[in-house]
Design a protein around this ligand. Structure first.
Ligand SMILES: [Zn+2]
Length: 119
């Protein structure tokens, strides 16, 4: 019976299981085998300790999200006569002193390439 259980366990290990994220006592993150919980080398197909087949798909997705870019949209109201590059009236602009002169500056550095869209 015990042997049968071992065989079954070995068979199950051939199906990739999702790698889990874990933290060691010092708070450093590492990837661990979902079966034996021991650390595994990033990208390895099998756990070196228990032979569990490993699946990295979710981890890869997560990394993609962190290193990629995403769009941020901010909606606010402007007066009806407001136009693109009208920094003086733009609620986002701030006043900066340039060569002793006060200038309306764009916090996005897009003064001459105003990305605002109106609806
Ligand atoms: Zn393992």
């Amino acid at each position: 019976m015990a042997l049968e259980n071992d065989l079954r366990a070995n068979l199950i290990k051939q199906f990739p299981a999702e790698v889990v994220k874990a933290k060691d006592t010092s708070g450093t993150e590492y990837f661990a085998c979902p079966t034996c919980k021991r650390p595994v080398v990033v990208g390895k197909e099998k756990c070196g300790s228990c032979d569990q087949a490993l699946n990295w798909d979710n981890i890869r997705e997560e990394e993609k999200k962190l290193s990629g870019v995403k769009k941020a949209t901010l909606t606010f109201e402007v007066s009806g006569d407001f136009g693109k590059s009208d920094c003086r009236k733009c609620p986002l602009s701030y006043i900066a002193k340039t060569g002793g002169e006060n200038m309306y500056e764009c916090p996005l550095n897009m003064r001459n390439n105003c990305p605002l869209e109106f609806s």
